[in-house]
Design a protein around this ligand. Structure first.
Ligand code: C6P
Length: 423
């Protein structure tokens, strides 16, 4: 199979500028070729997990076929190769996020583990009774519950930035919440339930003007926007590989080096130590201090391959294409009688949550599945924000750069069918 680069080069030879060609991109994702219930698969659940391009599948397979070995341990050739590939992947992530040093990249299982790491290490080190942590009303449970646990353990309190009816943060309320007791701000970059893109740079500037560090949950942002942790000046940034076209079970915590160096380990075990006696253990240097036990080596290599692939396709081209797709989808859905879109922020990424008058979201999902259309229904692990909109659940179509306008039209037709069935 030819890569995007080879095809683009061929295109340039023919004298045509290489642009974004969705049909060509789709050829890189073998899963998209299949039929579901006798209909072509229309995969609109990429916010739950994204599909994987062949180059990622190949990188993982190649590792298990030719390089499988443990990292940082052996002196034999395979272990050296595995270590090199694993550390190359870390360097790729650092470049992808524009971190200044690969030491600032910690491999974890995903965004959930990343936030728990920051809460249990940085949070426990720096919070005491009476301190405050600010999150927002649109957080995923994984950016709520770890802070609640920390609050229970330390006596700190959680404060929540409210949102308006479009699903945008009320920045004046955030300003009021910031005070001398605030020790940490942790907000989502792109909401998984609403699609809102939050003004994280402004949030970081405001928090920093109070000397408060900021954690950004980038699980839904990294697949759609180019993220520059140095330009943002965030203190921590977490993401999940599986939403970024890489395998499950691998994710990233970016942390500023001076913070990581000051933080205690999150877990103890092999590889996170320099020396161990029964009396005393000396911890390894950053980032290894935070990577106890054998890591998900194949996952990290797959993440490196996904980043190479995204870079080849071009993040700016992806973002521009997705903007057009989202506008088309918003128009198509808004035209359906009885359909209400939940999350109508001015700045949005490719997520469309909606409810239909008189139809349970699970029924919408089940009927769409019969047409080969995969969406997610339920509370999307973000119950508080759905409560804010007065609904227990929504149907959610989430887009990726391999989706087409024709797929959006198929979605709209299928929802029309649902309205006639229940009408
Ligand atoms: N949201 C969704 O369908 P993990 O599960 O650790 O890879 O990611 C957690 C997470 C954290 N923050 C945000 C904003 C998220 O969207 C998610 C995962 C999926 O919306 C699965 S619940």
């Amino acid at each position: 199979m030819r890569t995007i680069n080879e095809l683009a080069a061929q295109e340039t030879l023919r004298g045509r500028p290489a642009g974004f060609d969705v049909e060509r991109v789709r050829q890189d994702f073998p899963i998209l070729r299949q039929q579901v219930h006798g209909k072509p698969l229309v995969y609109l659940d990429s916010a739950a997990t994204s599909q994987k391009p062949q180059v990622v599948i190949d990188a993982v397979t190649r590792y298990y076929q030719a390089e499988n070995s443990n990292v940082h341990r052996g002196i034999h050739l395979l272990s050296e190769r595995a270590t090199e590939l694993f550390e190359d992947a870390r360097a790729k992530v650092a470049r992808f996020l524009n971190a200044s040093d690969a030491r600032e990249i910690i491999f974890v299982r995903g965004a959930t583990e990343g936030i728990n790491l920051v809460a249990q290490s940085y949070g426990k080190m720096s919070l005491k009774a009476g301190d405050e942590i600010i999150i927002s009303a649109m957080e995923h449970h994984s950016n709520i519950v770890p802070w609640q646990i920390l609050c229970q353990e330390t006596g700190a309190a959680l404060r929540v930035i409210p949102i308006n009816d479009d699903g945008e943060l009320l920045m004046d309320e955030f300003k009021k919440l910031l005070n001398a007791r605030t020790r940490l701000v942790s907000v989502v970059h792109v909401s998984n339930a609403l699609g809102t893109i939050n003004p994280v740079k402004q949030i970081i500037e405001m928090a920093h003007s109070h000397g408060v560090p900021v954690v950004i949950d980038g699980a839904q942002a990294a697949p759609h926007l180019s993220v520059d942790v140095r330009a943002l000046d965030c203190d921590f940034y977490v993401l999940s590989g599986h939403k970024l076209f890489a395998p499950t079970g691998i994710g990233i915590v970016f942390g500023k080096a001076h913070l990581l160096e000051a933080m205690p380990p999150y877990q103890g075990g092999g590889d996170m130590i320099l020396s161990v006696t029964f009396e005393r253990t000396l911890y390894n240097v950053v980032p290894f201090k935070f990577e106890a036990g054998t890591p998900h080596i194949a996952g990290a290599i797959g993440l490196g391959a996904a980043i190479d692939y995204l870079t080849e396709v071009g993040l700016d081209k992806i973002a521009a294409y997705e903007r057009g797709l989202l506008a088309h989808a918003t128009d198509a859905l808004a035209a359906i009688p009885g359909l209400r879109i939940i999350g109508t922020a001015k700045e949005k990424a490719g997520i469309l949550s909606f409810v239909l008058d008189g139809v349970h979201p699970h029924d919408i999902g089940t009927i769409l599945d019969q047409d080969g259309i995969a969406i997610r229904t339920g509370h999307h692990c973000a119950q508080p924000v759905l409560q804010r909109f007065g609904v227990p659940a929504t149907a959610r179509a989430s887009l990726a750069f391999y989706n087409t306008r024709e797929e959006i039209d198929a979605l709209a037709r299928a929802i029309h069918k649902v309205t006639t069935l229940f009408g």
